[in-house]
Design a protein around this ligand. Structure first.
Ligand code: 5GP
Length: 175
C-alpha cells in the first residue's frame, strides 16, 4: 500500500510480473521485426520506463525517439492533446512502433495516429503496457498489449498521479 497526496493505492502488478511480460513483448517484437529496423516512438512522460525495459530486451536493430503529446489532468482524461516535444525524425517508409504506457479512452492515439499516417510510414503498430478495455471510447487496433486492466486509476512504473509515483517499481491501483 502507498499513499500519494490524499489517495491510497494497493499493489496491483509486481515488478517481477511487469518485467516478465515486457520481456515476452520484446520476444514477439524481435520475431515480428526480424531483418527490419523499426523506429520506436515512445510517448512521454508515462512510457519512459516501459520503453527502456522493452528496448533493452531487443536483439534486432531498432531506433528509439521520445515525443510528448498528452496532458492528463489529475485523475481523468482532459481530452487536450498537446505536442510540446515534436517528432523530428523522418518516418516516411519506416516501420513505426508507438510505445504507450496506457490506453484508456483511446483518445490520445486516435488524435495522433492520423498525423503519423500522413507522413506515410511503411507500417504503424502500437505497443502499450496497459489497456483498459472498459474505458474505450475511440476503438484502436492494439498490436502489443502488456496487461488488460479494469477501469481503475493506476500509478507507478512511469505512470503518475499529479506528478508523483512515476518512480515506483510496481504498478498500484487506487483503493
Ligand atoms: P486516453 O487518451 O487513451 O484516454 O489516455 C491515455 C493517457 O491517459 C495515458 O497516456 C496516460 O497518460 C493517461 N492515463 C489514462 N489512464 C490512466 C491511469 O489509470 N493512470 C495514469 N497515471 N494515467 C492514465
Amino acid at each position: 500500500m502507498v499513499t500519494i497526496y490524499d489517495k491510497k493505492f494497493d499493489t496491483y502488478l509486481s515488478e517481477e510480473t511487469i518485467l516478465k511480460r515486457v520481456k515476452e513483448l520484446s520476444v514477439a517484437i524481435n520475431k515480428d521485426y526480424e531483418g527490419k529496423r523499426p523506429l520506436f516512438i515512445a510517448i512521454l512522460n508515462g512510457s519512459f520506463m516501459f520503453a527502456a525495459d522493452l528496448f533493452k530486451q531487443l536483439s534486432i536493430e531498432a531506433e528509439l525517439c521520445f515525443i510528448k503529446l498528452a496532458s492528463y489532468d489529475g485523475m481523468k482524461s482532459t481530452g487536450k492533446v498537446v505536442t510540446s516535444i515534436g517528432l523530428e525524425e523522418d518516418i516516411f517508409g519506416k516501420d513505426i512502433i508507438i510505445v504507450e504506457d496506457i490506453v484508456d479512452t483511446g483518445r490520445t492515439l486516435h488524435n495522433f495516429l492520423p498525423k503519423l499516417q500522413h507522413q506515410q510510414p511503411k507500417s504503424l503498430k502500437i505497443a502499450t503496457l496497459l489497456h483498459k478495455p472498459e474505458a474505450t471510447e475511440f476503438p484502436l487496433e492494439l498490436d502489443y498489449v502488456g496487461f488488460e486492466i479494469p477501469k481503475k486509476f493506476v500509478v507507478g512504473y512511469g505512470l503518475d498521479y499529479d506528478g508523483l509515483g512515476r518512480n515506483l517499481k510496481e504498478i498500484y491501483q487506487l483503493v
